[in-house]
Design a protein around this ligand. Structure first.
Ligand code: XBP
Ligand code: MG
Length: 237
């Protein structure tokens, strides 16, 4: 029996990467007086590395190999930059709502009506999940999710299965009792590694990823009442 749905956040609940995270990284770089600016296109390549702190470290090693790291410790430097990035991301979501993807709200509401349990398994920082749900869904929507597994709660990020394993353990459910919702190849690998059936919704950054093993690969979750949502401007409450 199906008992729970486990959701990825970035790219699955909302298209947060291009106009959210990417912009926040660039603002943090500017604050630190760094001349780095990640373009929409380059960010697509950088997304291969999951986790913002890990992404910054990867960027420096790959594209700025001669950069003299202040303090000499790249991990520490990336963590400090990333803390600034998180502040910018939260502020961005306060200034402008990034809408949930089509059909996400309907699916969450329907699942709740039917007594399905909800959880989140994401690589993103916990504060980002809170900020997104509060601004794009509703202040009380955080409580809809029984488990919010996020960020550094497990040492190995996606594509490792650890974050989904963790969510399953907290739900006290077997993978056969759940479905995962993902948008990326790394996310799918992570969910499959945890034994989960997975629904993929594609986006601009992930549409060419390898989705072998997914139960469904969909453009989005917007059918059948997407036109209604569009008319009603169904964002927020
Ligand atoms: C999302 C990520 C995150 C975000 C940025 O992956 O990889 O790193 O890009 O958030 P997923 P942070 O959708 O698979 O969870 O900067 O907080 O890491
Ligand atoms: Mg994602």
């Amino acid at each position: 029996t199906l008992r729970a749905l486990i959701f990825d956040v970035d790219g699955t609940l909302a298209d947060t990467e291009r106009d959210g995270h990417r912009v926040a990284f660039n603002r943090a770089f500017a604050d630190a007086g760094l001349p780095w600016n990640w373009s929409v296109e380059q960010y697509g390549t950088l997304l291969d590395v999951t986790g913002g702190k890990e992404r910054i470290q990867h960027y420096v090693k790959t594209y700025e190999p001669t950069f003299a790291v202040p303090g000499g410790d790249l991990k520490q430097f990336a963590a400090a930059l990333h803390a600034g990035k998180t502040e910018h991301y939260k502020q961005l979501l306060k200034d402008a709502v990034i809408p949930l993807r089509p059909g996400v709200k309907r699916l969450l509401l329907t699942a709740r009506e039917q007594g399905l349990r909800l959880a989140i398994a994401t690589t993103t920082t916990p504060a980002n999940v809170t900020a997104l749900l509060q601004s794009s869904l509703s202040p009380e929507s955080l409580s809809w999710f029984e488990v919010i597994a996020a960020g550094d709660i497990v040492p190995l990020k996606k594509p490792a299965p650890d974050i989904f394993d963790y969510a399953l353990e907290k739900l006290d459910l077997a993978p056969e009792e759940c479905f995962a919702f993902e948008d990326s190849g790394q996310g799918l690998k992570s969910a499959l590694g945890a034994g989960l059936r997975t629904v993929i919704t594609l986006n601009e950054y992930t549409r060419l990823h390898d989705f072998t093993g997914a139960s469904f690969v969909l453009s989005d979750l917007g059918e059948p009442d997407a036109p209604f949502e569009a008319i009603a401007g169904d964002v927020g409450n």
